[in-house]
Design a binder for this molecule. Structure first.
Ligand code: C5P
Length: 238
């Protein structure tokens, strides 16, 4: 069963663990997320290894720096051929716009397909206490998420990463073509871990998410392939 709405997070730091999980999931999973633990731990060779197995890649390195540095970093990452790259919307409009324009120019120059560029809005692990600790006393998390999604869209980005609880508001604000990628997915009855603003796979799809990023509910399951297939069924039925 192939379904590109499911992106499995490969949060490992050893290559062997990746090989075991990707082999075990086989054709059920076609899209993987490589985050900082794996990229810093194993290096760029992981991208080639996944591409050689026809897997699509979301390279989740969450760049957040001044415009010139982020644009330069993205150009270097683009050469590796991932399908989705991301940056923090909190870097501001100018940083996002420079990043989007630079990626567009570079991909045209090299004659390669431009990777999708999406922005992190507010991390799905942030709860109300964290939020207040950051100084946002009178602003709701959901209001800030929608504001950052609009800002990312106006800067020329193709989508955002957000909690499934905010997907509906983003869809209403940014329209049907804007990509919404939602981590914080927990099938009914599973462990929440360090996530806060979570939902089930079905609810995320019903609220308008295009892609669901799932890590521990699959990785830590007794039978990861069965866990992935159950999530795929829930997606298909939503
Ligand atoms: O194990 P779990 O399903 O919680 O994994 C979620 C993945 O999504 C992790 O790799 C995490 O880094 C990532 N992520 C997130 N919240 C964001 C952006 C990315 O949880 N806002």
């Amino acid at each position: 069963m192939k379904d590109e709405k499911l992106i499995v997070a490969l949060d490992f730091h050893k290559f062997d663990d990746v090989k075991n999980l990707v082999r075990e999931l086989g054709d059920s999973v076609n899209f993987y997320k490589v985050g900082m633990e794996l990229f810093y731990g194993v290096g760029p060779g992981i991208i080639e290894w996944l591409q050689a197995r026809d897997k699509k890649i979301f390279l989740d390195l969450k760049l957040h720096d001044i415009p010139n540095t982020v644009a330069g970093g993205l150009c270097a990452l683009m050469k590796m051929g991932a399908d989705i790259l991301n940056i923090h919307a909190a870097g501001g409009f100018t940083m996002m716009q420079t990043a989007a324009e630079t990626l567009r120019e570079e991909s045209e120059k090299r004659g390669v397909e431009k990777p999708k560029l999406i922005a992190i809005t507010v991390l799905t692990s942030i709860n109300q206490d964290d939020w207040k600790g950051l100084g946002y006393d009178s602003l709701k998390i959901s209001e800030q998420v929608v504001r950052l999604a609009r800002l990312a869209q106006s800067a020329g980005l193709e989508g955002v990463v957000a909690s499934p609880q905010e997907a509906k508001l983003i869809r209403e604000a940014c329209g049907k073509d804007f990509l919404i990628v939602t981590p914080g997915i927990r099938p009914a009855g599973s462990d929440i871990n360090d996530q806060s603003r979570i939902s089930t796979p079905a609810a995320a799809i019903q609220n308008g998410a295009n892609y669901l990023v799932v890590g521990r509910p699959i990785r830590a399951a007794d039978n990861p392939k069965l866990a992935a297939e159950n999530i795929l069924k829930e997606i298909a039925g939503a």
